[in-house]
Design a binder for this molecule. Structure first.
Ligand code: COA
Length: 569
């Protein structure tokens, strides 16, 4: 029994060790392949479906642009003026501009916090993402203090924890830009007590340190109450003079308790923490200097990245797909009935539109096979109809094959609107067999220790979505196209699931209306059931970034020593 528990506890370490076994750093030679080309232009007969999808995708694109503009405004004009003029601080996106090597970073869940029962919280009050610093992909978690002083709402906590989870799963260094008033007090019961709430951030910091996942904090605003533990638990902390403060209770609390008048600077400013308490390790006169320190700290993390030449050779060797990525807008189904051949999507994502199909003639409602994306070998699994018995068996086989060969998996999810009904004994037998095969596929997905990336290109409904590596199956990344629908059953298909009674029609209409609203990609992303809505035409580039990000752990040299906990003073 104990042995078993220990083995599970060891899993993340085993994964890391496995990745390290293919450790690079030395020059490597990429194996040549010439997979067959998927020559799948759009046929005239498909035009009306393509055009309808395109109209829907264009509307979705417009909504994405509107939401992007909305979240960029943060907490609004007054809060921005207070932040920049009165508090003399940089806006969070300007901070990232100073910290990151370039502006091309992968933002995670930008629409998180929109449309929640407690209001619209732009960016969930905290920007998270993955960008390069000193050449190294790092996760960043950066409070936006224009949103209610950067206080943590339940969705803020969820966003921070997901960013840490990504850092853990992909062994990415993590940088915290802290500027937060701590818990958003009116919602304290939803932030404080439970396992995956406030305290988990600090728990994760300790575990990450023990796993040798480096963490740096930059204190560029207030770190009050719980927020104070973020820099004190990070391995190295930088603090900015005058704008950075760390304390459990601020000057008003001191005045109330002791009657003493004290300035924030005297109580917990950068000088005090750099000279007296030792809570921070670097004192910066201003923000730019703090970010320069941070870049230098990151350059000490001891990664041996591949030679630039090697990277550029791989990039040059990668062929572009035969078809323009914009065509994916017309292949993104507005509803299940508007789905075209999944191989058309594959052919617009892979290098040279090439695809080495596996079991092409068996279980054809699931497509599986090998391809390259910007030179990275991947296994692709894509829905192309109902996940039948044969399709699920084929899925299990292919996933195990990729696991055995250490090939990352990409799931293109577009599942059927609802499960098959049991209306006869024959049907019951078929359904039971299908159940068994889908269970096997779920087990194969859950146990495959290779990286997994899921893109919901259409529907994500019912148990098929679990077998296709839905959120609960812990893909390294999960993105949605804006046309995607996420719900237990698709809108318009709820009727067959309702018990027959007199009010059925009214009830059905009500439920379908609700499903329509709740299944939208924006509803999902607002609640962080995914890592963000991405445009179909950006998918190839985002997959390339994710594959590079995942691969970076191979280049960390400092994991080789046995684990040790890092003790701060
Ligand atoms: N819970 C809920 N709302 C909070 C909050 C908190 N902990 N801290 C700040 N706010 C709100 C303010 O009411 C204000 O709301 P408004 O814009 O609707 O008026 C907004 O956040 C900005 O606060 P303000 O004090 O005007 O801005 P500031 O930039 O001068 O200061 C803080 C920001 C965070 C430093 C300051 O508000 C503060 O010290 N807050 C208390 C922190 C605290 O004690 N936290 C303990 C949590 S356990």
């Amino acid at each position: 029994m104990h042995r078993c528990i220990f083995r599970f506890a060891e899993l993340p370490w085993q994964c890391a060790a496995r990745c390290m076994s293919s450790s690079s750093g030395k020059r490597s030679r990429v194996m040549q392949s010439s997979f067959p080309v998927l020559d799948l232009p759009l046929h005239p007969i498909q035009h009306h479906i393509y055009e309808a999808n395109l109209r829907n995708s264009t509307a979705c694109h417009k909504k994405c642009t509107e939401l992007r503009e909305k979240v960029k405004k943060g907490g609004g004009e007054n809060a921005v003026t207070r932040h920049t003029q009165r508090n003399r601080k940089l806006l969070v996106r300007d901070r990232l501009r100073l910290l990151l090597d370039d502006e091309d970073f992968l933002e995670l869940s930008p629409f998180a916090g929109l449309g929640l029962p407690y209001g619209d919280i732009p960016s969930a009050g905290c920007l998270t993402g993955i960008g390069r610093i000193s050449g190294l992909w790092c996760v960043f978690i950066a409070n936006d203090a224009t949103v209610k002083g950067g206080t943590a709402y339940p969705i803020t906590v969820k966003k921070q924890l997901r960013a840490q989870e990504i850092a853990i799963q992909n062994r990415l260094p993590c940088v915290y830009l802290v500027d937060s008033g701590g818990a958003f007090l009116p919602l304290q019961s939803e932030i404080f007590p439970d396992k995956n709430q406030g305290g988990r951030t600090f728990y994760n910091e300790a575990i990450m340190s023990a796993m040798k996942i480096p963490q740096v904090a930059v204190v560029c605003g207030s770190c009050t109450a719980g927020g104070a533990y973020i820099p004190t638990m990070a391995e190295e902390a930088v603090m900015v003079h005058r704008i950075g403060t760390i304390f459990l209770g601020g000057p008003p609390l001191v005045k109330a308790a002791t009657g003493e008048e004290v300035t924030p600077e005297e109580l917990g400013g950068a000088r005090l923490h750099a000279e007296v308490s030792g809570c921070v390790d670097h004192f910066a006169w201003e923000e730019k200097e703090a970010f320069d320190y941070t870049k230098n700290i990151i350059s000490t993390f001891n990664f041996q990245l591949p030679h630039e030449e090697e990277d550029s050779t791989r990039r040059k060797a990668a062929e572009e797909p035969l078809y323009a990525s914009e065509e994916l807008m017309g292949l993104a189904p507005r509803s299940y009935n508007y789905s075209l051949d999944a191989k058309m999507i594959v052919s617009r994502l892979t290098d040279g539109s090439r695809f080495q199909e596996f079991k092409a003639l068996y279980g054809t409602t699931l497509i599986s096979g090998f391809a390259k994306i910007h030179g990275h070998l991947v296994g692709i699994v894509a829905n192309n109809g109902v996940l039948s018995y044969e399709a699920a068996l084929k899925g299990s086989h292919f996933i195990q094959l990729c696991d055995q060969r250490d090939v990352p998996l990409i799931f293109l999810q577009n599942t059927a609107p609802s499960g098959a009904l049991t209306l006869s004994t024959k049907q019951a037998e078929m359904n039971s067999n299908c159940l068994k095969a889908q269970g096997s596929m779920m087990a194969a997905v859950a146990c495959a220790s290779v990286p997994k990336i899921t893109v919901v290109v259409g529907g994500s409904h019912g148990a098929d979505s679990y077998a296709m590596c839905g959120r609960a199956f812990e893909p390294n990344f999960l993105f949605l196209w804006p046309n995607a629908r996420v719900s237990v059953t698709a809108p318009g298909h709820v009727g067959a699931l309702l018990p027959p009674d007199a009010e059925e029609e009214e009830e059905e209409e009500k439920l379908n209306r609700r499903l329509k609203e709740e299944s939208s990609a924006f509803f999902s992303s607002g609640r962080m059931w995914d890592d963000g809505v991405i445009l179909p035409q950006d998918t190839r580039k985002i997959l390339k970034d994710c594959l590079e990000i995942i691969k970076q752990q191979h280049y960390q040299l400092s994991t080789k020593k046995s684990q040790s906990m890092l003790l701060r003073m």
